[in-house]
Design a protein. Sequence first.
Length: 371
Amino acid sequence: MSTCHHSDLQILKEIAELLNQGTDVKNVLSEVLKKLLHVTGLQTGWIFLIDDDGSFTLAAKENLPPALSVNQYAPMCSGDCWCINRYNKGRIDKATNIIECMRLEDAIEHKLGDTWGLTHHATVPLKAGKEKFGLLNVGSPNKTSFNNEELALLESVALQIGSALKRINLTQKEQEIALTAERNRLARDLHDSVNQLLFSLSLTARGGKEMTKDHEVKETFSYIQDLAQEALNEMRALIWQLRPKGLEQGIVSALSSYGEMLGLNTNIKINGVINLPSRIEEAVFRISQEALANCKKHSQQSDVQLFVHGSDSRITIEIKDSGCGFTYDEGAELPSLGLKSMRNRAESLGGTFYLASELNKGTKLRVSIPF
């Protein structure tokens, strides 16, 4: 690892500047990894982010050899390796010199492509205090050892990355709290102003209809009352979406209340214990909320089956009706913006989205999200 043009302090300074600029985790990690390899003369690197349950994602990679890049980096996105196993067992607490790469050995064994002579890598935990976030791995062709100075530099960089990840996580939580507070404020304002005005308009129209004897005027007041009531129902649904009642008591309670508010007969079955992180809980609720609203608008019947399955690391929601359905072939483009939004929300959290529907045979929607 050559640092002839950069002192360790200069390297740390440049990386700190990159880390302080961004709030998107994957972009930040990608740029930092690229900078680290450039200033140290190393050729290849990758970063795994690792959850508390031991599952991992390839969050950044730079200049991986063909053997590790095949099938959209499939050899790097699944399976076990020594560094992750040791990390999960608490056996990697500092920069480690050196780990023979199990993924490269598997790639060679299965003849996946050229490894460029890369066989080993240093691995460094990403930490901030007692919190752990994942692993930084770097290496170069034919390099099988790192000296103490090189490991010390990598460890310093990893500590900087860990601190930045903690900062980004805290910032995202603050933004979520601020967004929730703003939704609650908007819901209160709508309830106290527009909702009350619509209610008053409905009462006024009803009073006007009862006071007049003119048939046409009665019909006009009746029409105004119907419009006001329809707008009032829409407003209540909007307020409910902004500030769902019952979500503080859990997602099942919230969905039951929402279905009742829509006038649906929602039969809920639960399997497993569910204790969700707030962002997952809200995402699942918003997806289910859209699905229940679609049942109300389009299925032409009011009975809905809702299945909730929870495990230690995943929640699956299935919503099914036996209404009119529609023609849909799996793999075809989703027919509405609402369905696309549900799928995008699920996939943005690493989840899956499944839709099945047939004309006159109802519709089934299933979403599964890890946490």
